[in-house]
Design a protein around this ligand. Structure first.
Ligand code: KG4
Ligand code: ZN
Length: 336
C-alpha cells in the first residue's frame, strides 16, 4: 500500500511516498529556515505563503523520485495539527482536495504521533512496549507506547520546550537560528563540567520538565560576568554552551531512563529536532545500557520535520479506518 504523506505544520514543506508504513520510496523536504533565520524565529504569515509556493513542486518531486504517479497512490496522509494554523491549512487543504479528486482515503495525522512513528521507519524499529520522547522546538513529551497507535502521555514540559531553550540560549550568545546545531557545535570545544547549570525537576517523582529556569540561569551567568563583553572568546562561550547542553541532556536522560524502568520497557526511542543532537544520543545510550535498555534515534533526515513520518502514521490510521472527511479542520494545539 502506497501512502503519499504531506507535512506543513511549521517551516518545512514536505512530501513523501512510503510503502506499507515502513519503506521510504521518496522523502522531499523544502526548508524555509534561511528565510526565517533573518528574523531569529519562524514568522507564521511568511511560513504560510512559502508553503503555498512550495507544496505543488514538492509533491511532484516526491512522486517523481518514488517513480510513481498519483494513479499508484492508495491513500493520502497530511498533518492536521498541532502547529501553525495558517501553515497547516495549506498542506491539509491540498491533501483534502487531492483525496476528494482522486477518491482516496485521507488520514489527518497528529504531528507528535508522527514523530514517534519515525521510529517505525528504522531497521530494526524499537520493540513494543517502548518509551518515547518527542523533543523539538515546541514539545518535550514523554510517551509510553504500548502497541502501534497507542500513545499515553507520561510527562511534558511545564514551560519552554527543550529545543526552544536551545534556540533562546543561542540567541543570548549571539549564535545563529536554529540554535540547537550551533550550540552543539560550540559545546564540542567546551568543558561540560566547568559551569554547573541547574537541573530543574530532576529529583521530582514525575516525568515533567521545566527549562525556563535553566534559560534564566544562563542569562544570569552571562550578565553576572560582564567581562564577557571583553572576553567573548570562543573558549569561554564554549564552556557555557557545553554546560547548558549537559544540563538539558542530564535531565532528559534521567527522566527517560526512570520512565523506562518504571514501565519495564527495554527500549527508548527519541524523535523530533533535538534528537539530532549526537551528544544527547551518545550520553543517553551509554547511561541506558547500564540498565540493559536500548536507545533508538532516527537518522538526521528523519529527526526534523518530514513527510515520511506523516505517511508512516497515516498508513496505520488508514489501515485502521481512522479516516477523515472534507468537513474536518486543522488544530493548533492538542492534548495527547
Ligand atoms: O522537530 P523540529 O524540526 O521542529 C519543531 O519544532 O517541530 O525541531 C526544531 C528544534 C529547534 O528548536 C532546533 O534548535 C532543535 O530542534 N535542534 C537541535 C539540534 N538540531 C535541531 N537541538 C539540539 N541539538 C541539535 N543538534
Ligand atoms: Zn516536529
Amino acid at each position: 500500500m502506497l501512502i503519499l504523506g504531506i507535512e506543513s505544520s511549521c517551516d518545512e514543506t514536505a512530501a513523501a511516498v512510503v510503502e506499507d508504513g515502513a519503506r521510504i520510496r521518496s522523502s522531499i523536504v523544502s526548508s524555509q529556515i534561511s528565510t526565517h533565520a533573518i528574523y531569529g524565529g519562524v514568522v507564521p504569515e511568511l511560513a504560510s505563503r512559502m508553503h503555498l509556493e512550495a507544496i505543488d513542486p514538492v509533491v511532484d518531486q516526491a512522486l517523481a523520485q518514488a517513480g510513481v504517479s498519483l494513479d499508484d497512490i492508495d491513500g493520502i496522509a497530511a498533518t492536521q495539527g498541532p502547529g501553525l494554523i495558517g501553515a497547516l491549512l495549506v498542506g491539509f487543504s491540498y491533501a483534502k482536495a487531492l483525496a476528494w479528486a482522486r477518491n482516496l482515503p485521507l488520514a489527518g495525522v497528529n504531528h507528535l504521533e508522527a514523530h514517534i512513528c519515525s521510529l517505525q521507519l528504522l531497521n530494526p524499529p524499537p520493540g513494543f512496549p517502548f518509551i518515547s520522547l518527542v523533543v523539538s522546538g515546541g514539545h518535550t513529551n514523554i510517551y509510553h507506547v504500548n502497541e502501534p497507535g497507542t500513545f499515553s502521555l507520561m510527562g511534558q514540559t511545564r514551560d519552554d520546550a527543550a529545543g526552544e531553550a536551545f534556540d533562546k540560549v543561542a540567541k543570548m550568545m549571539g549564535l545563529s537560528y536554529p540554535g540547537g546545531p550551533a550550540i552543539e557545535a560550540l559545546a564540542k570545544k567546551g568543558d561540560p563540567e566547568k559551569i554547573k547549570f541547574p537541573r530543574s525537576m530532576i529529583k521530582k517523582d514525575n516525568f515533567d520538565f521545566s527549562f525556563s529556569g535553566l534559560k534564566s540561569a544562563v542569562a544570569r551567568h552571562l550578565h553576572e560576568n560582564p567581562d564577557m563583553d571583553q572576553d567573548m572568546s570562543e573558549d569561554r562561550l564554549a564552556h557555557v554552551a557545553a554546560g547548558f547542553q549537559m544540563a538539558v541532556i542530564d535531565v532528559l536522560s534521567t527522566k527517560l531512563i526512570a520512565a523506562a524502568r518504571q514501565t519495564n520497557c527495554r527500549c527508548i526511542g527519541i524523535a523530533g529536532g533535538v534528537s539530532a543532537n549526537r551528544t544527547f544520543v551518545d550520553i543517553l545510550s551509554k547511561r541506558a545500557k547500564q540498565h540493559q535498555i536500548n536507545v533508538f534515534s532516527p537518522p538526521l533526515a528523519l529527526c526534523g520535520d518530514n513527510a515520511a513520518m506523516i505517511a508512516a502514521r497515516g498508513w496505520e490510521m488508514i489501515r485502521d479506518n481512522q479516516v477523515c472527511g472534507l468537513g474536518d479542520d486543522v488544530y493548533s494545539r492538542v492534548k495527547l
